[in-house]
Design a protein around this ligand. Structure first.
Ligand SMILES: Nc1ncnc2c1ncn2[C@@H]1O[C@H](COP(=O)(O)OP(=O)(O)OP(=O)(O)O)[C@@H](O)[C@H]1O
Length: 627
């Protein structure tokens, strides 16, 4: 797939229309009221051309001042009523549409923050960012400014044509000369602008993605001296976006030219017909004047209507991209489902707190193989394992053997190419209530309580304190302002081990039936390792859990151990069984045990010489953080 193609779905025109009507339909009473007020306002202003025609006839016939004054007052009254009602109707409609849009915006944000990480990774985060910023903005603008204007213009156009027909059908027919040109202009523009605006949005999002990647991977880019390559790529993408924008401008200019042609054709036809009809005595000069004024009045609203096609088109493109995201939240998207693992920092049960597990489900992995996109080489081959309900499994193996990949698949972040993973009765990624903690947990800006309540928004302070105590994070309870202590760059900075500690407390609060821990204690600094190890044991207790054991100590405490070698299962059993078997695990353990006993030697990554513990380079595919 080209980097310039987003993979998040876009709703088609029918689906977008249905969704819009559904949302508007929920407020049909208010919608009808605002349209009625607008209609009243438009009808009042339409009195103007015939009254002005009467003025012409009155002056021509030499009528007295009194008659002219009455006509003048009528004009003033019609203008005042028309302006007042149009303004009120426009406001009512704008408020209604803004409310509908606010609902849509909330749904989009909510779905976006719950999107499974693999969806975000494959779509590129800038696609999501572009949708929740540019698209929301385009739709908002159209809704608040364009929609009331367009509705008013549509009503004015319809009623002006009606007024023209009532005056004289021949003048009305002459006025309609402009219609074919208008229709042609609209069709011509719509057929092209949809494609151009869609392209512009996609190209801008691809450019944004590159910028985000460059910022995130700045060190790697510098390390590989790839700045020039990145800048060239960025310039290329910018150029493509600018060229397409230029196409858009050209399109608009030609469209405006067609609009002007239509308007002048219509006015010329009415003036000439009026000339002939007045000359033959078929209509009065006042009627011909009123007809010309009606046609002239059409210039504005038809111009607004066709002119707004541009904004409407842009808003429609934006709307279909937003509906594409909300559909994901309703299980409409490819490969995603509501309730798929939110990862660390989310919780499986929605805003009311965690779903209460109906029991601890069993995990079963059967014949799973998996290769990363774009790579022919599978990183997992024919893996089968079973984690009985409420027990723990430690994944052990050399760096690159596939532990994290397997953990992510079990957590629902990705689907196996072959084989099945089931959690309880459901097959991943549709099984809910799994919780993944990775090494790269995130400290969110805000207080300690905010950081914990992400896992259970309605937890009481006492519950937060209990969770901290249970994972042994007494240090957090001793912070100066307690749960209200602001953490992060603007408050108390925490080291990685402490952030891990909070992440484990979050797991307790979320209380998921299944937990997957990848390197949850790898960041432990001197003195904190044992503390985190105990927290890990507390978090996995009684829960069906899979732990990526980079410290063999973690494996010793697990109910069962599975050793991976080059993406295949080398052996599995309990710690004691594997030691007794004298195979790969026993060798790893002996090496670890020897190292761990030696004072002053770090124990983070044990491994015999043929099992290098060196990670891939910084730019390589370290699983993205979930928190
Ligand atoms: N997103 C990715 N895209 C492509 N290849 C990847 C990606 N993530 C990991 N890999 C590759 O898949 C293989 C298995 O990686 P994985 O991280 O699962 O191993 P691991 O056993 O957890 O390693 P470590 O102990 O270093 O974390 C490695 O060769 C790695 O380079």
């Amino acid at each position: 797939m080209s980097p310039e193609q987003g993979t998040l779905p876009v709703a088609d025109a029918r689906r977008t229309r249905r969704e819009l009507l559904r949302r508007l339909g929920a407020h049909r009473g208010r919608l009808a009221a605002s349209l009625l007020v607008l209609l009243g306002g438009t009808a009042a202003t339409l009195v103007t051309p015939p009254v002005l025609g009467d003025v012409v006839d009155a002056v021509t016939a030499g009528a007295g001042r009194g008659r002219i004054a009455v006509l003048g007052l009528t004009l003033a009254l019609a203008a005042a009523v028309g302006a007042g009602l149009s303004y009120a109707g426009g406001r009512m409609l704008a408020a209604l549409v803004q409310q509908v849009l606010a609902g849509l915006r909330e749904d989009v944000f909510e779905t976006a923050v719950r999107l499974p990480l693999n969806t975000l990774e494959s779509a590129g985060s800038s696609d999501v960012v572009s949708r929740v910023t540019h698209d929301v903005e385009a739709v908002s603008e159209a809704a608040s400014d364009v929609l009331p204007e367009v509705t008013h213009a549509a009503l004015t156009t319809g009623l002006s044509l009606l007024g023209l027909a009532v005056l004289d059908y021949r003048l009305a027919l002459a006025g309609l000369v402009c219609l074919p040109v208008h229709i042609h202009a609209a069709r011509w523009f719509l057929a092209r602008s949809h494609l151009v605006y869609g392209d512009i949005r996609r190209l801008e999002s691809a450019r944004g993605q590159l910028v985000i990647e460059a910022v995130r991977g700045a060190e790697t880019i510098r390390a590989y001296r790839a700045q020039r390559h990145h800048l060239d790529e960025l310039a290329g993408r910018s150029l493509r976006a600018v060229e397409r924008q230029r196409d858009g401008m050209r399109l608009r200019n030609r469209f405006n030219g067609l609009l002007n042609t239509a308007e002048y054709l219509g006015l010329a036809a009415v003036l000439m017909t009026g000339f002939v009809l007045v000359g033959s005595g078929a209509v009065s000069l006042g009627t011909a004047t009123a007809a010309a004024l009606y046609v002239h009045r059409l210039f504005g609203p038809v111009g607004v209507l066709l002119d707004s096609l541009d904004d409407i088109q842009r808003a429609t493109v934006g709307l279909s991209r937003l509906v594409g995201i909300t559909d994901l939240g309703h299980g409409g998207g490819p490969g995603e489902s509501e309730g798929a693992s939110p990862g660390e920092g989310g919780h499986p049960g929605g805003d009311d707190g965690p779903e209460q597990p109906s029991g601890r489900p069993e995990i079963e992995v059967r014949g799973v193989s998996y290769a990363y996109e774009g790579s022919a080489r599978p990183v997992l081959r024919d893996i089968s394992l079973r984690v009985p309900a409420g027990t723990s499994l430690a994944l052990v193996g050399a760096s690159g053997s596939g532990k994290s990949t397997l953990a992510r698949l079990i957590a629902g972040l990705g689907e196996p190419d072959r084989g099945r993973i089931t959690v309880g009765a459901a097959e991943t990624p549709y099984a809910p209530a799994r919780y993944l903690v990775t090494q790269e947990v995130h400290l969110f800006g805000g207080t300690l309580a905010d950081n914990l309540r992400m896992a259970r928004p309605r937890a009481t302070d006492a519950e937060l304190r209990r969770a901290l105590r249970e994972v042994g994070a007494e240090w957090a309870l001793r912070l100066d302002s307690g749960l209200d202590t602001v953490l992060g760059p603007t408050g108390v900075p925490l080291d990685d081990g402490s952030v891990q500690h909070l992440a484990l407390a979050r797991v307790l609060l979320a209380d998921p039936p299944v937990v997957v821990l990848d390197e949850a204690t790898a960041e432990s600094g001197p003195g904190t390792g044992a503390l985190l190890q105990a927290a890990l044991a507390r978090v996995t207790r009684g829960r069906t859990s899979v732990v990526v054991a980079h410290r063999l100590e973690q494996a010793r405490h697990a109910d069962r151990v599975l050793v991976l070698r080059h993406g295949e299962v080398a052996e599995q059993g309990t710690h004691q069984e594997l030691l007794a078997a004298g195979g790969e695990y026993a060798a790893l353990w002996t090496a670890y045990d020897r190292t761990a006993r030696r004072p002053g030697i770090p124990t983070a990554r044990p491994g015999p010489a043929d099992h290098t513990a060196i990670r891939p380079g910084p730019a390589d595919h370290t699983p993205a953080p979930l928190a």
